[in-house]
Design a binder for this molecule. Structure first.
Ligand SMILES: [Zn+2]
Length: 344
């Protein structure tokens, strides 16, 4: 089968790999129908050291179940299913608490010993805990939005939850990538009053406004902090969604949060320390967040997608085939695309 393999920074290839197959009795074999490239795939795309082994890529995908192991109960061949970006058993103590990213028996797609989603097929471990059946056909028009439930929409929602977004509150979203834009959707969905989007790309800002952003701040650093303070009577935002992960974006997030407010961070941190610890201590600021338990949020968000109340699939602004994946990485890396949809 064909799949995406990364060998080092800037070196991503679509090539023939061993066919995915059932190994454990709890596995399902999935024929992938849609997948996408994630902003987090760009970290290795820019920084990964060369490896001869290669690393299988992709953690956002939808597919059709082809075959199941003897112990699989909740999915059957022919089902259209979405997989969250982490696989999990659905039964351990953390899964029962809705924190499937910390599953005692789970893990993440791709790498050197598991299939990734950017390929023709995937062996899904712990299929009962991991997969969610979608009540649609494999080519349904809602596919782009359904696909965002595997990661970016769940991650934006997690940022909003971690930042304690609530009706009527002032929210600031740091970052205008796919996750930040989904954070705007999530904030609006949870009833936020004012939604300030910090970003500087015209296409993304336009989409952010459509999703519910009421104010745009395109300055950076200290100027951005000042501008948000101006927009919030000098007080700052109740809830700040940090959707980038850079030191500067975290400093901005902590600089615009109101005393007693919360920062929900979902950008994979590229720094070892959280900045401005003294000020946030005296301001009683809550800093929360981490990898989103996307699996926990699928059931909550799915009805809103199916009934058209939210359209997170609009962040997928470019589409190509599996062979176009290297071009998809390039487009996203050059900021010519917000997010690249792969029709497998
Ligand atoms: Zn678990």
């Amino acid at each position: 089968m064909k799949a995406t393999v990364m060998y080092g920074a800037g070196d991503v290839r679509v090539e023939n790999v061993p066919d995915a197959r059932i190994v454990e009795s709890t596995d399902a074999l999935l024929r992938v129908t849609r997948a996408c490239v994630c902003g987090s795939d760009l970290w290795p795309y820019n920084q990964m050291e060369h490896t001869d082994l290669g690393r299988r890529m992709g953690h956002e995908f939808i597919g059709v179940v082809e075959e199941i192991g003897a112990d699989v109960r909740t999915v059957k061949p022919g089902d259209v299913v979405v997989a969250p970006f982490a696989w999990s058993d659905g039964t351990c103590v953390f899964c029962q608490e809705g924190l499937q990213t910390s599953c005692l028996h789970g893990g993440f797609w791709g790498g050197t010993d598991l299939d990734g989603g950017q390929g023709e097929a995937v062996r899904v471990p712990l299929a009962d805990g991991t997969l969610v059946v979608l009540p649609v056909g494999e080519d349904d028009a809602l596919m782009p939005s359904l696909l965002t439930l595997s990661d970016v929409m769940g991650t934006g929602h997690h940022a909003a939850r971690a930042a304690r977004v609530a009706p009527g509150k002032t929210v600031a979203v740091v970052g205008d990538g796919a996750v930040g834009l989904c954070g705007v959707i999530a904030a609006k969905r949870l009833g936020a009053g004012q939604i300030i989007l910090l970003g500087r790309h015209p296409d993304r800002i336009a989409l952010g406004r459509d999703f519910g952003a009421t104010d745009i701040v395109s300055e950076r650093g200290g100027a951005a902090i000042e501008r948000v303070r101006e927009l919030t009577y000098g007080l700052g935002a109740h809830s700040v969604l940090e959707c980038v992960g850079h030191t500067l974006s975290m400093e901005t997030a902590l600089g615009i949060v109101r005393a007693g407010g919360a920062v929900g961070r979902v950008g994979v941190p590229q720094h070892e320390q959280i900045p401005t610890t003294t000020q946030t201590f005296y301001d009683n600021v809550t800093i929360s967040g981490g990898p989103a338990p996307a699996r926990a949020y699928i059931e909550e968000l799915l009805p809103d997608v199916l009934e058209g109340r939210i359209e997170p699939g609009r962040v997928l602004d470019r589409t190509g085939s599996l062979d176009d994946v290297p071009e998809g990485y390039r487009l996203m890396n050059e900021r010519e695309s917000i997010k690249f949809l792969i029709e497998v």
